[in-house]
Design a protein around this ligand. Structure first.
Ligand SMILES: [Zn+2]
Length: 465
């Protein structure tokens, strides 16, 4: 081979690499999906896969656990090693640490620009969707700046006055002492020129106007748990679908969409494993819609999946080096709904132990499908007599107030499957991060939750500040 040929070949290869490299550098995240599983820890995730494998055969894998980036980040807040959803939403949206309870402001109360506002600055359309209140902490972190996560009126005011194009959630949360009702907030949103609808399909079709999508029942603070859902009622999957259809059409320069699996946190606060697994499956079904979108725009789509904090300290296989998830397959109702059924039983005067036994057989499979140890049976009987019959104390969690009888029965069922919980609250466990799509390599450098929005901004070709 002569020298000249070698030089030419080297030049040609260099030019080729440059062109390919430039093409690559131009690839930016035009479509950003940001999924936050509220309360989702690694055990809730792996537990769901084990449950799915038991229920349906196969490996039960969730779509996102196959993403190329599979890492974890620290998530403490400024005020505590254990974050709440407000400080975590602030970290995930603005890249700064703040105190628990604060939204979109630093610990001194100074406003911080969030990733949705950054996207808006690039001409992107923006959206949030959740299955809890639209002004609950996680979605609010993407449109509000407020020192009090509980100031629901202020959060709504900021949502209406802001630039978020699409917002979906169960309802508007209202503090009772404000004297306001969700309907009052609907009126205020309409006054601000926002289209407010209560059907996902209608929301998807709104053109040239900001839209707020709510559930068909504004008096319910949340969408029903997946396990309790009736045929025809809308879910976070329908909300995600509507958001994608709307944003794809309205966002010709691109879009950023935050989707929260908000009820995972609720079932974990209740220490209710099966309800949690079904919530994680709903979350996964929403992510699969983003993956369908990715298939259509593989060079321009970024999908980030993470969590704000772990809730409950769930342990999968806490004893004897084993699990027995076959025993979970007969639960067909959440602890929250089981509480409702028990309260109706009491109202109807159905106060026999046999009535309670048949209820627990029907909804959890206890005795019939799941054998109980003598001590389990004793404990259920004792709770029935001391608590249920005397209309006794409830197990009061952050969001719910459950019948002790319902909590005890589900606790025993969880233990029979070798699942246990250490807390009714959040833990300081680090949280998982899964990423796929354009710019995913940047996320290998994320060590803390505040690094995530910075990496997203970079993938969009800009900076957070
Ligand atoms: Zn929580």
């Amino acid at each position: 081979m002569n020298r000249r040929f070698l030089q030419r070949a080297t030049l040609a290869v260099t030019l080729l690499l440059l062109v390919v490299g430039m093409g690559h550098a131009q690839n930016r995240a035009k479509y950003v999906f940001y999924f936050i599983g509220d309360g989702l820890g690694i055990n809730q995730t792996y537990g769901t896969e084990l449950y799915n494998a038991q229920a349906g055969g196969g490996d039960g894998r969730l779509s996102f656990t196959r993403f190329p980036v599979r890492t974890y980040v620290t998530n403490h807040s400024s005020s505590s090693a254990v974050t709440d959803s407000a400080a975590a939403a602030t970290a995930l949206a603005t890249g700064i640490k703040t105190n628990n309870g604060y939204l979109g402001v630093d610990k001194e109360g100074e406003q911080a620009r969030n990733i949705a506002e950054v996207a808006k600055g690039l001409g992107y359309a923006t959206g949030v969707a959740t299955n809890v209140g639209i002004n609950h902490a996680t979605p609010s972190g993407f449109y509000a700046h407020c020192k009090d996560r509980g100031d629901y009126t202020e959060l709504c005011t900021q949502l209406f006055a802001g630039e978020m194009d699409f917002a979906a959630g169960a309802t508007f949360l209202c503090r009772s002492r404000s004297g306001l009702k969700p309907q009052d907030m609907v009126a205020r949103a309409r006054e601000a020129g926002i289209e407010v609808v209560q059907s996902a399909d209608k929301a998807a079709q709104v053109r040239g106007k900001r839209v707020i999508l709510l559930s068909d029942s504004l008096s319910r603070k949340n969408l029903p748990f997946a396990i309790d859902r009736r045929e025809g009622s809308e879910s976070i999957v329908d909300f995600t679908d509507a958001a994608i259809r709307y944003l794809e059409r309205e966002g010709d320069k691109g879009f950023l969409l935050m989707i929260e699996g908000g009820r995972i946190d609720y079932s974990c606060h209740d220490n209710d494993a099966v309800t949690t697994f079904k919530e994680v499956n709903d979350f996964d079904a929403s992510i699969r819609l983003a993956l369908d979108f990715y298939e259509r725009h593989p060079d321009q789509t970024l999908i980030v999946v993470t969590s704000d904090h772990e809730t409950g300290g769930m342990a999968v296989g806490y004893s004897k080096y084993k699990i027995n998830f076959e025993r979970l397959l007969h639960q067909d109702i959440s602890m929250e709904s089981l509480t409702g059924v028990m309260q109706r039983m009491r109202e109807q005067g159905k106060m026999d132990w046999e009535d309670m036994q048949s209820l627990l057989k029907e909804h959890l499979g206890l005795w019939d499908k799941v054998s109980l140890r003598e001590k389990d049976e004793k404990s259920l009987r004792k709770t029935f007599e001391k608590n249920f019959l005397n209309n006794g104390e409830k197990v009061v969690g952050l969001y719910t107030s459950n019948e002790k009888m319902a909590a005890e029965a589900i606790k025993i069922l969880n233990k029979r499957a070798y699942i246990d919980w250490i807390s009714l609250s959040h833990t300081g466990m680090q949280v998982p991060l899964w990423v796929k799509g354009v710019g995913y390599e940047r996320f290998y450098e994320c060590y803390d939750n505040t690094d995530i929005p910075k990496a997203i901004a970079e993938a969009m070709g800009t900076n957070l500040r």
